[in-house]
Design a protein around this ligand. Structure first.
Ligand SMILES: NC(=O)c1ccc[n+]([C@@H]2O[C@H](COP(=O)([O-])OP(=O)(O)OC[C@H]3O[C@@H](n4cnc5c(N)ncnc54)[C@H](OP(=O)(O)O)[C@@H]3O)[C@@H](O)[C@H]2O)c1
Length: 246
C-alpha cells in the first residue's frame, strides 16, 4: 500500500472528467458542526493537500451551501500553486463549478466577486425562470440536467465535451458528494480524518442526501493509501472498479 498525501496523476477519461472528491472530516464523519457554520478544522498539511489537488485540476466544484454559507471562492490560492498549475500546463486559475439544482445559490455569494476564471452553474429543471435569469447574469455558463435533481452523469459529460474539463475536484458538501457518488462519477476519495468530534444528527457528513439505502447497495471502496501525520489520517479510497457504473 502506498503511503502518501500527494495527489495521484490524472487518468484521462474520454467521456467524463476524472473526479477526485476531497474532504476533511471529524472522527465521527462530520464535515461541519450541526450549525453548518464552517470554520476550517484541518491542519496546514490538510490545506496543502486541498491546494495541491486544485493545482492539478481543470475545475473545482462545490454545492450551493458550501459556496454561500462560507465565503468560498474555489480558487487556486497562493502564487506557488498558480505557478504549479502553469507547470502542469493548466490555466493559472481553475474553472469553478457550482451545483444548485433549484437555484437557491445566493447571488451575493463571495464567489461571484472573484472573476479570474469562468464560473459554471449546474441546475435541474426545478429551477424557476426568475432564478435562472439571475444566475445566467452572474455565471459564464449554466447547464440544466435532470428533472427533480441534477443528472450528474449528463452534467459531467457536458463539462468534459463543452468545457474540456479532464480533471475535476469535488469539494462537497455532503449533499453534492452523495449525488456524485450515487451517479458513479467519483474516481478517488481523499479524506482527512481530523482528531475532533462534532456529533449531532443534523451535522453534515461526508455523504448525505439519499445515500445507498441497504448494505447490499453500499458502494464498495478500496483503500489506496494511508498516511498518519501528527494526529491526522490522510486516506485515499477508490470505488471498486468492477462495480462502478461507467
Ligand atoms: N469539511 C469539509 O471538507 C467540507 C467541505 C465542503 C463543505 N463542508 C460543509 O458542508 C456543509 C454544506 O453541505 P450541504 O450538504 O449542506 O450542502 P452542499 O452539498 O454544499 O449544497 C447543497 C445544495 O447543492 C445542490 N445540490 C446538491 N446535490 C444536488 C442534486 N443531486 N441535485 C440538485 N441539486 C443538488 C442543492 O442546491 P439547491 O438548493 O439550489 O437545489 C443543494 O441544496 C457546510 O456546513 C459546509 O461548510 C465541509
Amino acid at each position: 500500500m502506498r503511503k502518501e498525501t500527494k495527489p495521484s496523476r490524472a487518468i484521462d477519461r474520454p467521456k467524463f472528467p476524472f473526479v477526485q472528491l476531497n474532504a476533511a472530516m471529524t472522527a465521527d464523519g462530520k464535515l461541519a458542526p450541526a450549525s453548518r457554520v464552517f470554520e476550517p478544522f484541518g491542519s496546514k498539511r490538510d490545506q496543502e493537500l486541498l491546494y495541491q489537488l486544485r493545482a492539478g485540476a481543470d475545475a473545482v466544484m462545490a454545492g450551493a451551501r458550501t459556496v454561500d454559507l462560507f465565503p468560498a471562492t474555489l480558487e487556486p490560492g497562493a502564487k506557488k500553486y498558480r505557478q504549479q498549475r502553469l507547470r502542469n500546463k493548466l490555466s493559472e486559475y481553475n474553472i469553478r463549478v457550482v451545483a444548485t439544482g433549484s437555484g437557491t445559490l445566493n447571488p451575493d455569494a463571495e464567489i461571484f466577486k472573484h472573476r479570474h476564471s469562468p464560473i459554471i452553474i449546474l441546475a435541474s429543471k426545478k429551477i424557476s425562470p426568475e432564478k435562472l435569469k439571475v444566475l445566467r447574469s452572474l455565471a459564464d455558463d449554466v447547464g440544466i440536467f435532470g428533472k427533480s435533481e441534477i443528472d450528474f452523469r449528463a452534467a459531467m459529460s457536458w463539462l468534459r465535451s463543452k468545457w474540456k474539463i479532464k480533471r475535476l475536484v469535488c469539494e462537497g458538501g455532503g449533499a453534492l458528494n452523495d449525488a456524485m457518488l450515487r451517479a458513479g462519477m467519483v474516481d478517488e476519495i481523499y479524506v482527512t480524518v481530523c482528531p475532533l468530534l462534532f456529533g449531532g444528527a443534523q451535522a453534515p457528513t461526508l455523504a448525505d442526501g439519499e445515500g445507498f439505502t441497504t448494505l447490499g447497495k453500499a458502494m464498495p471502496l478500496r483503500l489506496k493509501s494511508i498516511r498518519k501525520i501528527k494526529e491526522e489520517l490522510f486516506l485515499v479510497f477508490t470505488p471498486d472498479q468492477t462495480k462502478q457504473r461507467r
